[in-house]
Design a protein around this ligand. Sequence first.
Ligand code: NAP
Ligand code: GDP
Length: 324
Amino acid sequence: MASEINVGQMRVLVTGASGLIGKAIEHVVYHEGGKRDGEEWIFISSKDGDLTDLGQTKAVFEKFRPTHVIHLAAKVGGLFIHLKENLRFLRENILINDNVLQTAHETGVTKVVSCLSSCIFPDKTTYPIDETMIHDGPPHESNFGYSHAKRIIDIQNRAYFQQHGRCYTSVIPTNVFGPFDNFTAENGHVLSAVIGKTYKAKQEGTQVNVCGTGNPRRQFTYSLDLGRIIIWALREYKEVEPIIASVGVDEEITIKEAVHMIAESLDFKGKIHYDTTMSDGQMRKTASNGKLKCYLPDFTFTPVNEAVKMTCDWFVANYDIANK
Ligand code: NAP
Ligand code: GDP
């Protein structure tokens, strides 16, 4: 499935732009020369409208009249908030996605790029997972609400293409981290939560408590790299089917290895305790970036240890404004 897109005059609306990935896209657009002639970029957050509400969603599209949309707005969080709030993740994300996609269609938006996630993949599967396998069996039970809501975006995209010829597509990031992440112990994803906890432990002279065994494996992708790929997808990727936007399978590391990178970056010399009474979540969700590599053979990802160091440096330098 593919449709023609016009990349001449573009007014790009980025939903969820105050978050981790939106801030990365904003950085690439304004500080890496990512903005091209003929493009206007609009970055919005929930302060511009609650996208779970159809009336407010319509008002946002009426006000900004986008031709293209990067749709990032979502209820997002780490493993431990998912375990508590599956229903909320399901409902809020279904509402946001349905409101955004249908309003985009009704107002003539020619292209939408939404974000799925590698945690929506089937739990019982073979590895590496690729884009053709996302609906092949139930997702991991820890985040089934978020996962089903995200899977439906892919169904919606296919239906908008089939019925209306729309080029609404999606990218599938793996675990993303970087500046402007959620560094709270309660709601953050693993890297940002452990950065916050390690920084605090260093200040207070205490141990760091890491959840679970440290044995699960993850592919960590730096938010700036993902931002560059999403902008490419908006301009160049013509398929409706999703594309995995991640570091490769060879870059997959254990939580323990990631924790050690954080300790080194923050120069933390204290004790690291693994609380094995806490959930490990999914043990692995290894995803192939082979399709992306076919499209972008020369794309280079920031090595994870360098990206962890840059994220830790950002957190320390921006401690006052960081979400911690
Ligand atoms: P984030 O930092 O949590 O930011 C979420 C954004 O969504 C914020 O701008 C937030 O606005 C906005 N938002 C939330 N509820 C909203 C609502 N009801 N109405 C309007 N806006 C709302 O998320 P992120 O990590 O950047 O993730 C962006 C996208 O990538 C999401 O679709 C997520 O599912 C996907 N993704 C993320 C990861 C990851 O590891 N972070 C991995 C794979 C996929 P406020 O700031 O105003 O609340
Ligand atoms: P996931 O990749 O979708 O499972 O989400 P996370 O980014 O929250 O990563 C969860 C993995 O990191 C699990 O194996 C957790 O046991 C482990 N982990 C270790 N410490 C923490 C922590 O402080 N917060 C979070 N969210 N996960 C942690």
